[in-house]
Design a protein around this ligand. Sequence first.
Ligand code: HEM
Length: 492
Amino acid sequence: MSSSISSSTQDSLDDSPQPNLPLRKIPGTYGLPFFGAIKDRLQFFYYQGRNEFFNTRMSKYNSTIFRINMPPGPFIANNPKVIVLLDAVSFPVVFDLTKVEKKNVLATYSPYFSFFGGYHPCAYQDPSEPTHNKIKQIIFSLISSRHDKFISIFQNSLNELFNNIESQIAATTSADFSTLSNSMAFEFLFRSLYNTDPKDTKLGTEGQSIVTRWLSLQLAPLVTLGLPVIPDFIEDMLLRTIKFPFFPAKSGYKKLYDVIYEASAKTLDEAEQLGLKRDEACHNLIFMSFFNAYGAMTAWYPILIKWIGLGGEKLHKQLSDEIRAVVLSEGGEVTMSGLEKMTLTKSAVYEAFRIEPPVRHQYATAKKDLVVQNHESSFEIKKGELILGYQPFATNDPKIFENPETFKADRFVGEKGEKLLKYVYWSNGRETENATVDNKQCPGKDMSMLLSRLMVVELFLRYDTFGIEVGTSYLGPSVTVKSMTAKATKII
Ligand code: HEM
């Protein structure tokens, strides 16, 4: 992911507009209609892969801003043409609602809205649309009403997760972290947001597979399976020629809807008082819980454990020393105030979010002619053009982050480190800013940060170190846990 355009400006961190940067035409071409989009898509998924796809063009155009086609393209996306932003300075324009619109831009294509009861969920809406703010309001309200339960419920969920990992290692010498952590996340969300265990509802043991089918049909055009038995171009056509219909997920979704509807009476009453329809609110709760939250957690926890695991025994010792000392000073309990005192743990979590942000693409449409700047130049974007901030490059910008490809657990410790937090963008906004009903930042930001810290804390309260192997799957890293070394000395 390294940029050929270097020379560090880290000591003078400033991304306010620079009056003297030369105006440059945005480089890059979309190629011939249809063929250009297919060529870019094959290169993106199969012949180059994501990072190489962006890296080769960044070098060729000597620019972090250029034009490309983004998948899926024909025939299911009307407009694959985007202007991509790959540096930390230009990227935040996708958060600036005075300049961009966020209607229907989760990707360059949208699934059929029958997946969501015919409604446009909050994440697909611009805040100027009539229901965005009301839906986000009930989401904030639900999260804050359950907030004081998160620590204890997640501690129980993690306890089950670690027990399952240990049993799998005992039985087969290794444990597939992603599979076990996905089940943990699914059950945790039910318990924490809906005060029920999915297995005790009419979903029985089917809940997670119902959600996986519903998600897979929506996301299939945006992934590659990499199955060796199917030639690439056949897989490409199978995944990206037509939108997948809702009906294979319909009966499972109906069950899920009934369960969430029943468990959410209070939230739905509140939604009605705000002028929302009960069913619209319920479809939105499902989207929030199982697309936004569960979808992101399944991508994120393997990333977090990958980077903490690769940190090795030295980092594990530093983290466990910090965590155990703070917990001891808090009377043996994991508390909110204690978590705030764990400076290395906090920094390590920010660093994992920085080095490998779990949601990579952020799209936006220019709502007027505008100018964006990278470190070297200014570029004009016309009203109506689609912008893509590709986050893994922006948060690995070598002009902002020294040795960006190195996982430096203490990068954000101290005054100098904290100044870098404004360049951490995983929540669809700066780490130094907060989600509100009027912006598009993730309303689960604080909750996700709390749970991530808690995962590291519980890990090192129980173990001295652990060993992993990392591979890749079509959704991100696949993490296999090879060993868990239980805490040697009982301190607390
Ligand atoms: C590590 C976990 C998470 C990550 C990485 C994450 C990331 C994101 C990102 C990048 C967006 C913006 C999507 C876009 O517009 O392009 C977003 C939006 C959203 N997230 Fe999260 N999220 C996480 C957890 C959660 C949780 C736990 C919840 C709720 C309990 C949640 C609820 C939402 C909602 C409702 C939106 C739409 C907000 C709006 O449109 O105004 N997320 N999240």
